[in-house]
Design a protein around this ligand. Structure first.
Ligand SMILES: NC(=O)c1ccc[n+]([C@@H]2O[C@H](COP(=O)([O-])OP(=O)(O)OC[C@H]3O[C@@H](n4cnc5c(N)ncnc54)[C@H](OP(=O)(O)O)[C@@H]3O)[C@@H](O)[C@H]2O)c1
Length: 327
């Protein structure tokens, strides 16, 4: 089968199109023929070596796909064959024509939702829903959504008011991304490419404070954001480190301001995210969550797809498609 092999740790050119053995399902597994493979921000970090790899290359790269079930393991319901599903692998193997996954990790794709749209929204939406359920907004609170124009931030921005935000302040990089964040539902947008953006946040707030921060930038700006948060009630949910480092926040920083930080990572967190996949695809199919696809590229252009993600230019998800691109 056609696959993208990560040949080593490094630049996008370590992703090489090669023939690889077609996987067959074992006990508790199934195989899909992939129609749409989303390129994920954390994948670029694993490829570059910024995040540690659990296994040594060479390996078939990628974590998620959407497509049609073609084969099931001996103990798996054969009625699944022919169904369209979104899948997450347990560790690599998704940048390929055929993808093998645990059968209990699939999410059926509702009729009317394309595989491209399902692949583009499933992670953004399920992480956003898990964050919003965890935040338990009261209906009167001000939230800060960092990096709101794309990815998880874009889904958070679309859903925040429905989940009880009264005022949504967002950050984005540059005018085009700021316009996108506003279109998605942000009331005010601050340009986070300004190194002094937490100061701009305080100016935007005036006498008000932020009750909940969805922190995806991390690094030193997280500490500066704490000064703009509501004492005693303020919660920071830390789920990403786009700046290259997690929120540089100490217990003393939190205690002296009376704030809470919730770390949104690890196996139990990921189980919560996985639980939200069905609701995500239902919402995308019924229109209460918009899936944004930047472009669809042939699978063999995975390296170019990583370059584009690293350029920070895309507004939506880049989708890889095995075989010829139709239309
Ligand atoms: N904990 C979890 O469950 C979980 C799950 C998925 C993702 N994540 C994390 O969440 C973060 C966002 O992931 P995603 O999939 O939403 O990403 P994405 O869709 O690729 O969006 C990344 C966006 O972040 C902005 N960005 C990039 N580098 C930045 C920097 N140094 N400072 C500020 N903004 C920067 C860029 O937007 P601008 O052009 O507007 O700057 C870029 O378009 C990542 O850190 C990822 O690892 C966590």
């Amino acid at each position: 089968m056609q696959a993208i092999v990560m040949t080593g740790v490094g630049g996008p050119d370590v992703l090489v199109a090669r023939e690889a053995p077609t996987p067959h399902p074992g006990v508790g597994e199934l195989v899909i023929r992939a129609e749409a493979i989303p390129v994920l921000f954390p994948e670029t970090k694993l490829r570059s070596g910024e995040f540690p790899l659990a296994v040594e290359p060479p390996l078939v790269f990628g974590f998620q796909a959407a497509g049609v079930v073609t084969e099931v393991g001996p103990d798996v319901d054969a009625g699944l064959i022919g169904q369209r599903v979104a899948v997450a692998t347990t560790g690599f193997g998704a940048y390929a024509e055929f993808v093998c996954v645990p059968a209990d990790s699939i999410t059926p794709i509702p009729d009317g939702l394309s595989s491209d749209d399902a692949a583009a929204i499933v992670m953004n939406g399920s992480v956003a829903l898990a964050l919003l359920h965890t935040a338990a907004l009261t209906g009167t609170e001000t939230v800060l959504i960092e990096a709101a124009a794309t990815g998880v931030g874009s889904a958070l921005t679309q859903l925040a008011k429905e989940f009880g935000a009264a005022r949504v302040i967002a950050t984005a990089g540059g005018p085009q991304k700021a316009a996108q964040a506003r279109k998605l539902g942000a009331d005010e947008v601050i340009d986070h490419t300004d190194p002094h953006w937490p100061q701009r946040l305080r100016e935007t707030l005036g006498d008000a404070t932020v009750d909940v921060t969805f922190d995806s930038i991390g690094g030193p700006s997280a500490t500066a954001v704490l000064d703009a948060m509501t004492p005693v009630r303020g919660r920071m949910l830390s789920y990403g480190w786009l700046s290259g480092a997690p929120a540089e926040v100490t217990a003393t920083d939190l205690i002296t301001r009376g704030l809470t930080l919730t770390g949104c990572a690890g196996p139990d967190w990921l189980a919560r995210v996985a639980h939200a996949r069905t609701e995500t695809l239902r919402r995308a199919a019924t229109g209460s969550l918009e899936s944004v696809v930047e472009t669809v590229l042939p699978l063999e252009q995975a390296g170019l797809a990583h370059q584009l993600v690293e350029s920070r230019s895309p507004i939506g998800k880049i989708i890889l498609r095995p075989g010829p691109i139709a239309g």
